[in-house]
Design a protein around this ligand. Structure first.
Ligand code: RAM
Length: 532
């Protein structure tokens, strides 16, 4: 199902003071020049659609140094392996061999985050988001030798070069290729995880690489796609950043960007763009807007930066007021699951009604904590009362006594997401929450979690229910499985029960370096490494 939000009468109110603060915090990007490590050649080139079958692709490996010795003719193809996930700008040094170049060289270039992507044919793409996200180029080179600097920034580990044509009289020679990798941070200063288990150490490294490659001008959600700042992703990235890169300025910049571009009624946008100028997207996501306060609180508790708290507190509180305005006469949020209105997770058919109320309750708790720091007595009282009232409503409307689980929507759907958000909202006391998460595991509701974003909240719910050991095992099972499946950076979508799942109608546009999946480093460093 296509999930887009286009708001009519969308009015943006820019706060120039906030945007100036954000502008001053624009990071200078670190640049690192990296060459490919290996050359790969596919013996059989397959046309595969959704589920590339790598077993049928035989791969020959050679050292990168061998590249200039090769003479490329029509239809010759090579894949360069850069050894790890990169985000940056690629340059190729090209020349010719044989007679004088008597026709343009015509090249096809393609970039892939995972090798498997090269087994799929972009021409077959039929998803509902733009195919312009597919990282491929057709280029004519009229004059050789030349230094070809590609203007786009790519996210990739593998680069495929295919010579569509040269001429009978000359061959193409690729003397060198390199990427100028960019990020707002460098990973040099981060001490290795103290845990001994090699799999957790690997999970931590992959998570840090994911975060690093998403930290650009802002905290991007994915450097391949959508390359923008989403609140839901940002909140988790910031948490992981506090235990790793500790780049507080980038967090502050993003908080001010959201706070500096509000739209109708004081809502903040679910995501925003920074090019050519900062601009919010006309997308409102109920849960994301409410989670802004949690990101602000985390930032304040990390930094003690009172000026920022003072500036942005009203923005966070306003999101809660707006959230409360949506309550219906039963004191719950109406079901808007058929719209792209409350995200929660990408699970097919997920009903988000109950979870939306749970996120509202959760955001009230954070609101109270913010208000305490602001010594805003009146609001503390008001939010505490609301929190209690909504907890009652949640139980009354969504708790199914017989199943001992929460249900959602008129179809009374049972999902993992609903239970998890009710636990995080602390609708029940801790012991009952523990029973609930254990029952959920036991029942294994049909509506699964499919994104690392939702899994993050699952791990959080386990830890908050004193199921720390189980949480660790779940990190091993979920993110560890992605490592076994070859992840150099963690993915946007990963459903262990359906590994080729895509919310977009084709796995080709899934992002394989995705911000919201970087949080194992947060969990491992915050809750486990000091237990040793
Ligand atoms: C997708 C992206 C992004 C996420 C939104 C809700 O477009 O994966 O990271 O926040 O969905």
């Amino acid at each position: 199902m296509a999930a887009v939000c286009i708001l009519d009468e969308f009015e943006v109110h820019k706060n120039e003071k906030f945007l100036k603060i954000a502008e001053k915090l624009k990071p200078e990007l670190h640049e690192t020049y990296i060459k490919p490590k290996k050359l790969l050649k596919f013996e059989k080139h397959l046309k595969v659609e959704r589920k590339p079958d790598m077993n049928q692709i035989e791969i020959l490996e050679e050292d990168f140094e061998k590249l200039p010795e090769k003479k490329f003719k029509r239809d010759d193809q090579i894949v360069l392996d850069f050894g790890d996930h990169q985000v940056g700008y690629v340059t190729l040094d090209l020349s010719s061999a044989g007679s004088h170049q008597d026709a343009p060289a015509y090249l096809y270039l393609r970039f892939a985050e995972r090798l498997e992507e090269l087994g799929a044919d972009p021409a077959e793409y039929d998803g509902w988001i733009s195919k312009s996200w597919l990282q491929e180029e057709y280029i004519h080179v009229d004059v050789l030798p030349t230094r070809l600097c590609l203007p786009r920034r790519y996210a990739f580990r593998y680069m495929e070069i295919k010579v569509i044509d040269v001429s009978m009289k000359y061959s193409l020679v690729i003397n060198d290729v390199q990427v100028k990798a960019v990020s707002a941070v460098s990973a040099d200063q981060i001490p290795p995880l103290k845990m001994k288990d090699p799999l957790f150490r690997k999970i931590d490294r992959v998570a840090i690489r994911t975060l690093q490659n998403c930290m650009q001008d802002v905290f991007e959600d994915g450097p391949k796609r959508d390359r923008r700042l989403w609140i839901g992703d940002f909140r988790l990235q910031a948490r992981a950043n506090y235990l790793t890169f500790k780049n507080y300025n980038l967090v502050k910049r993003c908080l001010y960007l959201f706070g500096g571009m509000i739209f109708n009624e004081g809502k903040i946008s679910a995501c925003l763009f920074t090019e050519p100028l900062p601009e919010p997207d006309d997308t409102y996501l109920f849960d994301f807007a409410l989670l802004y306060g949690s990101a602000l609180l985390d930032y304040y508790e990390e930094t003690g930066d009172r000026d920022t708290l003072r500036d942005l507190y009203p923005v966070a509180i306003r999101q809660i007021e707006i959230g409360l305005d949506y309550l219906n006469e039963d004191g719950v949020i109406p079901d808007r699951s058929s719209e792209f209105w409350c995200f929660v997770d990408w699970g097919e058919g997920l009903n988000t009604q109950a979870a939306s109320l749970a996120v509202l309750i959760y955001s009230l708790r954070y609101g109270v904590r913010l208000a305490r720091y602001m010594e805003d007595e009146e609001r503390i009282q008001w939010m505490l009362e609301k929190e209690e009232e909504l907890k009652k409503n949640a139980v009354e409307h969504f708790w199914d006594e017989e199943q001992q689980l929460f249900v959602s929507g008129s179809e009374r759907q049972v999902s993992w997401a609903t239970q998890i958000w009710m636990i995080l909202a602390r609708v029940f006391p801790k012991e009952k929450n523990r029973e609930l998460i254990l029952r959920t595991i036991d029942v294994n509701p049909r509506i699964q979690m499919v994104t690392p974003y939702m899994y993050h909240h699952y791990i959080d719910a386990l830890i908050r229910s004193d199921e720390k050991e189980r949480a660790l095992e779940e990190i091993r099972r979920y993110w560890g499985e992605m490592v076994h499946d070859g992840a150099d950076t963690f993915w946007e979508v990963y459903n262990p029960y359906n590994k080729y799942e895509s919310p977009y109608g084709s796995v080709m546009v899934n992002s394989f370096c995705h911000a919201w999946s970087c949080t194992p480093t947060y969990f491992l460093r915050k809750f486990y490494e000091n237990d040793l």
